[in-house]
Design a protein around this ligand. Structure first.
Ligand code: FES
Length: 132
């Protein structure tokens, strides 16, 4: 066994996953894992682009090599409860694609990146918003 039972990577620094809310997914995963008592057994890390751009937020769990797509905060909490705690991957969020790179076409990626609202325009009620 390695240093941890499982290692979870969340693409947060790739442009499109970030535009699709991966920071919130990462925060939810970290928080749920800590609450579930997984600290020291499961490591949750931010990652760079996983070359599946446009399908995000992308999450991958090792050692099972289980990939998840479109993981929002609720999905992140399901991954913790069902996969990391109970040991059963969340089929509803599984990412099924051919091996290797699977980026959407450039035009679609540009549209996703442009659709993300800058942090300064967010309100407490919008995704990523903060209470004042
Ligand atoms: S931006 Fe997340 S996979 Fe590329």
């Amino acid at each position: 066994m390695g240093q941890y039972e499982r290692h979870v990577f969340v693409c947060t620094t790739g442009k499109t996953c970030a535009a699709q809310g991966s920071a919130e997914s990462y925060a939810a995963l970290k928080d749920a894992a800590r609450t579930a008592g997984l600290k020291g057994r499961v490591r949750v890390n931010q990652s760079g682009c996983l070359n599946q751009c446009g399908h995000g937020p992308m999450v991958v769990v090792y050692p099972e090599d289980t990939w998840y797509a479109a993981v929002d905060a609720d999905g992140a909490r399901r991954i913790v409860a069902e996969h990391l705690v109970a040991g059963v991957p969340v089929d509803a969020l599984r990412y099924v694609a051919p091996p290797g790179d699977n980026k959407l076409p450039k035009e679609e990626l540009a549209r996703i990146e442009a659709s993300a609202s800058p942090p300064s325009s967010r309100t407490p009620d919008s995704p990523g918003g903060t209470a004042r």
